[in-house]
Design a protein around this ligand. Structure first.
Ligand SMILES: Nc1ncnc2c1ncn2[C@@H]1O[C@H](COP(=O)(O)OP(=O)(O)OP(=O)(O)O)[C@@H](O)[C@H]1O
Ligand SMILES: [Mg+2]
Length: 388
C-alpha cells in the first residue's frame, strides 16, 4: 500500500524488468536462487554478500524482476563512487540553491525509486554520517531533500544492499553501524565464490563462448583446467579469460594449451566431490539423451540400489532443466521417456526429495508463480500447464 502522502517523482507503469539469465549448474547456486525467489515474494530488505565478481548485481536484479515491483523502477546507486555530500544529494535529492551547483530542485534516487526497488551497492563504503541518514529513512520511510527543512516526502521503496566485505568485520572495526546492519540484513544472501562451485564453470564457459560469430567450444580438458584455478575475480575474471581465449584461438576449439599461463598450472583448492558429481551427472545425461540407457531400466535401479546418491540425481535433473529452460515435460522427453511417464517421474523425484525448482531455469519468462508464496519443496503441481 502506498502512503497517501507519497509524491512519486516517476509515476506510471515501467517496462517490466526481465529476470537476468543467471547461468548455473551447482547446488550452491540453486540454493542462492531459491532464497532469492523467496526474497522476491516479500518486501523484506536483503543484504547480498560475496566476493567481487560473483554476481551480486545480477542477484539484486533477479530479486526485483521476480517481485511484485517488477514494473516499477529499479534504481541502483554505488555508494563507493561518490563523495559523501554528493551521495546524500543523490539519495535524498536537493532543493534549488542548497549548494553552489544546485540550480533547481532535484529528486533523489529514493524518490525516483518510489514504488520500486533501490539497490545500494558497495554499502560497506558508506560513511558513518550517511549510515545514520539511511537508518533514519529505513525507520520512518521519510526523505528530506538537502537544503529543504520543511519538505518531507514519504516514499515506498524496497531496499536491497550489497557488499564484498565481511559486514561483521566492518562492525567490529567500527566502520559500519550494527543497528543499520540488522535493519538491512532481514534476509542475507551469500553468493559463494566461483572456486567453491566448479560445477558452474562448464555452463558459464558454454554461455560466454557460445553466442556471436566467434562462438567456440572449450574441450573437456580445458574446462577441467579452468575448474582447478582459484578465480579471485570470479565470473568477471572468467569472462575476461574466455574472451582472451576466443580472441587468440585460431580454430573453433579451445584446448588446455590455448588457456592463459596463469590459469593452466593451477591446482589449488577444488574439492573432488563436486567434480565427481558433475562427471556422474554428465555421463548419465549423455547416456540418456543419446538413447544408450533408459531412465527406468538403468538410472532408477542405480538410485534404488544406492549406487547413485540424491545429489547425483538432483545434478542430473538440473542438467535436464538447464537444457529445457525449466520444463519438466521436456526433461521427460529428453531423458528418453514417453510423455505418459511424466507423473511417474515427478512422483519418483518428489518421494525421494530430488525435485529441483524449475523456476530457477526459466530465464526470459515473465513471471514466477505468486500463489502460494512459499512453495518449496516443489511438487509436480508446480509446473504450469501440466496435467499432473
Ligand atoms: N551466474 C552468472 N551467469 C551469467 N553471468 C554472470 C553470472 N554471475 C555473474 N555474471 C556476470 O559477471 C559479471 C560480474 O557480475 P556482477 O557485476 O553481478 O558481480 P558483483 O558481485 O556485483 O561484483 P562487484 O562486487 O565487483 O560489484 C557481470 O557481467 C555479470 O553479468
Ligand atoms: Mg556489483
Amino acid at each position: 500500500m502506498r502512503p497517501a502522502s507519497a509524491a512519486p517523482a516517476a509515476p506510471g507503469v515501467y517496462p517490466r524488468v526481465e529476470p537476468p539469465h543467471i547461468v548455473h549448474a551447482s547446488a550452491a547456486m540453486d540454493a542462492v536462487l531459491t532464497l532469492a525467489l523467496r526474497a522476491a515474494a516479500t518486501d523484506a530488505k536483503v543484504l547480498i554478500t560475496g566476493e567481487s565478481g560473483v554476481g551480486k548485481d545480477l542477484v539484486a536484479r533477479f530479486i526485483h524482476a521476480h517481485s511484485d515491483r517488477a514494473n516499477r523502477p529499479y534504481v541502483a546507486i554505488n555508494c563507493a563512487g561518490l563523495a559523501e555530500s554528493l551521495l546524500e544529494s543523490e539519495l535524498f535529492g536537493h532543493s534549488k540553491g542548497s549548494f553552489t551547483d544546485a540550480h533547481r530542485d532535484q529528486a533523489g534516487k529514493l524518490q525516483l525509486a518510489d514504488g520500486g526497488t533501490l539497490f545500494l551497492d558497495e554499502l560497506g563504503e558508506m560513511s558513518l554520517r550517511m549510515q545514520a541518514l539511511l537508518l533514519r529513512f529505513l525507520e520512518n520511510g521519510e526523505i528530506q531533500p538537502v537544503g529543504s527543512e520543511q519538505n518531507v516526502i514519504r516514499v515506498d521503496v524496497r531496499v536491497l544492499g550489497a557488499t564484498n566485505r565481511n559486514p561483521a568485520e566492518l562492525v567490529a572495526a567500527g566502520r559500519f553501524r550494527e543497528d543499520l546492519l540488522y535493519r538491512l540484513r532481514v534476509l542475507h544472501i551469500q553468493i559463494p565464490p566461483l572456486r567453491e562451485r566448479p560445477e558452474d564453470i562448464g555452463a558459464l564457459v558454454e554461455h560466454l563462448a557460445g553466442p556471436g560469430l566467434r562462438g567456440a567450444t572449450f574441450t573437456p580438458g580445458a574446462v577441467r583446467a579452468l575448474q582447478r584455478y582459484r578465480w579471485p575475480g570470479n565470473i568477471r575474471e572468467l569472462q575476461n579469460v574466455v574472451e582472451q581465449c576466443l580472441a587468440l584461438s585460431s580454430g573453433q576449439t579451445v584446448d588446455v594449451g590455448d588457456l592463459p599461463d596463469f590459469v593452466r598450472p593451477g591446482t589449488a583448492g577444488v574439492s573432488a566431490l563436486p567434480e565427481r558429481r558433475r562427471q556422474v551427472a554428465d555421463e548419465l545425461y549423455d547416456a540418456l539423451t543419446s538413447g544408450q540407457c533408459s531412465f527406468w531400466e538403468h538410472v532408477y535401479p542405480l538410485f534404488i540400489g544406492r549406487d547413485l546418491t540424491r545429489h547425483d540425481l538432483r545434478s542430473l535433473v538440473r542438467k535436464g532443466l538447464a537444457a529445457t529452460h525449466g520444463h519438466y515435460q521436456a526433461v521427460v522427453r529428453t531423458f528418453g521417456m514417453p510423455d505418459s511417464d511424466y507423473k511417474r517421474f515427478m512422483n519418483f523425484l518428489a518421494s525421494h526429495d530430488c525435485t529441483v525448482d524449475f523456476r530457477l531455469y526459466r530465464y526470459g519468462t515473465p513471471q514466477v508463480a505468486r500463489e502460494p508464496r512459499f512453495v518449496l519443496p516443489l511438487s509436480q503441481a508446480d509446473e504450469p500447464g501440466s496435467k499432473a
